[in-house]
Design a protein around this ligand. Structure first.
Ligand SMILES: [Ca+2]
Ligand SMILES: [Ca+2]
Length: 194
């Protein structure tokens, strides 16, 4: 009788342990698909943001180098500060290819900006330069959008703050990206050089 009791106790404990393990596995099965994208998704976004930040600063340096070379900004208009994107013609000028715009504004055909070629995914370019030897070239951010650029082309050493319009920044070159959400008006995720 005592033996039978002991046996039941063992069976009871074993089934309890099995139930706990099964429950744990079941919970993991449900929770893992929810947790993993959060962990790796945010790590991926962090990498993309860091990459966009790097590229924005490199572009700022490229425009600075252009200024040093030609003593003016690309596409300079003296009346007001210029706001443009890293599409054509700004980027075409900065890569210094055979496009007529590049030939006009960068007659020395100096490659002020160079970097990784953009990746084409699902019909959309991301993360790099869409380079055309004889035509318009573009610089895409980590999420497939062009960067925005504002230059102190009226040379008063001030630029209107894109984030807080009406406030002036003591900068000569601003570069910013819309961030992971692709929306320039949401600034919490935007990547900027100031
Ligand atoms: Ca200005
Ligand atoms: Ca945004």
């Amino acid at each position: 009788m005592r033996k039978l009791k002991a046996l039941w106790a063992i069976i009871w404990r074993a089934s309890l342990i099995l139930a706990i393990i099964a429950g744990g596995l079941f919970a993991l099965r449900i929770l893992l698909p929810l947790i993993l994208p959060l962990m790796f998704g945010s790590a991926k976004d962090h990498g993309n943001t860091a990459r966009a930040q790097n590229t924005a600063y490199n572009l700022k340096n490229a425009i600075s180098a252009y200024f040093t070379e030609y003593r003016k900004y690309p596409l300079e208009i003296r009346k007001a500060d210029l706001t443009t994107t890293t599409g054509h013609p700004l980027l075409t000028i900065l890569v210094g290819n055979n496009d007529p715009a590049a030939m006009t504004y960068n007659p020395g055909k100096i490659a002020f900006f160079s970097g990784k070629a953009a990746r084409l995914k699902d019909g959309r370019y991301t993360r790099g330069i869409e380079y055309n030897e004889d035509g318009p070239s573009y610089l895409w951010d980590s999420w497939g959008n062009l960067y925005h650029v504002r230059l102190d082309t009226n040379h008063d050493n001030q630029i209107d703050d894109p984030e807080f319009p009406g406030q002036l920044l003591s900068h000569s070159i601003l570069v910013w990206s819309a961030g992971p959400d692709g929306n320039f008006s949401t600034w919490d995720d935007n990547v900027k050089t100031w």
